[in-house]
Design a protein around this ligand. Structure first.
Ligand SMILES: Cc1ncc(COP(=O)(O)O)c(C=O)c1O
Length: 451
């Protein structure tokens, strides 16, 4: 979890006092043994180690630790659209294991083809050809490679503060110091622009967006003159929700300057935002759509790029020569996940519960001086804590305390950008559970405001 992190993704940069206090009171001897061995045998890395606790189980919307404490997981690394251990996904994986457990390269198999066909059906516009791989970062790498070959150019424009994966190529287009710094030269030609974040606008729009950020992307496209692709998350996971016209402006600018538009929907795909794909909110179809995380049903790792048939331009070169590119078991998990989302109407559910949650969050904002903004799209929800509502000064310590107090009360979530409580429950959550979670946040805000 990004407890004290400004970087906006999982993990703690350092042990805050709130975390140290939590550790002292919640880690039993069994968990401590696992944590000690974790520290002994794993390489340390920022945002992952030291680990917070050790888990024994994950089912539905819940995590359970070794002491049997259960936590509603409003974090889930964005893999848990269908909840943890979803029985339909587990059954599909088990059945596939008994039938065909791997597919050696040069062969294909029905499950992989079924998944590619399904993605062609559910993705917007004329996106219709796929390639699979085991991680989001690898899929971003495939998208970058395809954009280079399709356009004969190598430059990219992406957003400061964004995250597209931890490999060197994905970190080059990512905009976080944590991943870009200290590793020597990154990919050349990776230009960065400010994200469309009206609340923290570097062009000074002070919340009244005039789309100068979109104009600036076109300015860079024009000045560079040879950009292969604009690469971005249509909605950032913090969440940061762009002006309604932002993406249509960027789409038009890409078309004018011969650049492809690559949407990274790795965390937001498959219903999270109340649409099957977040980009559908703005009716903008990218040239390459990148999916991952929850595609594997919160159990298996699988990611994909989906593009237009006319961008199938690399038959003579390898685009993503991954060992598990047509793994029938990961494909079976993905098919069962999509089927479950459709059958249970989880996309509509995310939209409706999201409206309900946002209304409750607005009530919180009216009562708590710490809350500077609440926002959401479907079940991608954010409560931004500030020390000053005028300047939007980030209330980072307060956010950290709220997070650990909530954990004590059985609610786990991530703090993004240092001060945004990011709430991303499974789309299977009941309204009563959602209300209980928001009541916990309410209580924790009250405690922190009186300290
Ligand atoms: C927007 C975005 N892109 C890419 C990735 C990388 O995915 P993976 O961890 O599967 O490589 C992530 C992971 O957090 C992400 O949030």
């Amino acid at each position: 979890m990004a407890g004290s992190s400004f970087e906006g993704i999982e993990g703690d940069l350092n042990l805050s006092s709130a975390r140290a206090a939590w550790n002292q009171h919640h880690i039993g001897s069994d968990a401590q043994r696992v944590l000690d061995d974790d520290a002994r045998y794993f390489l340390r890395q920022a945002l992952s180690t030291p680990c917070l606790n050790a888990l024994a189980r994950a089912d539905g919307i819940y995590l359970e630790d070794l002491e049997g404490r259960r936590y509603m997981d409003f974090h889930g690394n964005s893999v848990h659209q269908v909840g943890f251990g979803n029985p339909a996904v587990v059954a599909a994986i088990k059945a596939q294991l008994d039938e065909l457990s791997f597919c050696t390269r040069r062969y294909t198999n029905a499950r992989a083809v079924d998944l590619a066909r399904k993605l062609a059906e559910i993705t917007p516009g004329d996106l219709g050809k796929s390639l699979f791989c085991p991680s989001g970062a690898a899929a971003i790498g495939m998208a970058l490679r395809l954009a280079r070959v399709a356009t004969g150019r190598h430059k990219t424009i992406s957003m400061w503060d964004s995250f597209h994966g931890a490999s060197l190529d994905a970190s080059s287009v990512g905009g976080e110091r944590m991943f870009r710094g200290g590793v020597g030269p990154l990919l050349p030609g990776t230009e960065h622009v400010p994200p469309p974040d009206a609340a923290h606008c570097v062009f000074g729009c002070a919340g009244r967006c005039n789309l100068r950020c979109a104009d600036y992307v076109e300015y860079v496209l024009e000045r560079e003159g040879d950009v292969a692709a604009v690469v971005a998350e249509p909605v950032r996971s913090i969440p940061v929700i762009p002006h309604p016209d932002y993406w249509s402006r960027i789409r038009a600018a890409c078309d004018r300057h011969g650049a492809l538009l690559v949407f990274d929907e790795i965390p937001q795909c498959l219903g999270r935002t109340g649409r099957m794909f977040a980009s559908e909110h703005w009716g903008v179809v990218p040239d390459i759509l990148v999916l991952g995380k929850g595609l594997g049903g919160g159990i298996l790792p699988i990611a994909a790029i989906v593009t237009r048939p006319d961008l199938d331009v690399m038959p003579e070169r390898s685009l993503g020569h991954y060992t598990h590119e047509k793994n029938p078991v990961t494909c079976a998990a993905a098919l069962a996940t999509i089927d479950y989302i459709e059958r249970e109407k989880l996309v509509d559910r995310a939209r409706d519960l999201g409206h309900h949650a946002l209304a409750r969050m607005r009530e919180l904002a009216a009562r708590h001086r710490l809350v500077g903004d609440v926002r959401g799209l479907g079940l991608l929800l954010g409560i931004e804590l500030v020390t000053d509502r005028e300047t939007h000064a980030r209330a980072t310590e307060e956010a950290d305390r709220v997070m650990y107090l909530a954990l004590e009360r059985g609610l786990s979530f991530k703090v993004s950008a240092g001060n945004v409580l990011t709430l991303t429950p499974p789309l299977t959550i009941g309204q009563d559970e959602l209300d209980r979670a928001l009541a916990i946040v309410d209580e924790c805000l009250s405690i922190v405001e009186t300290i």
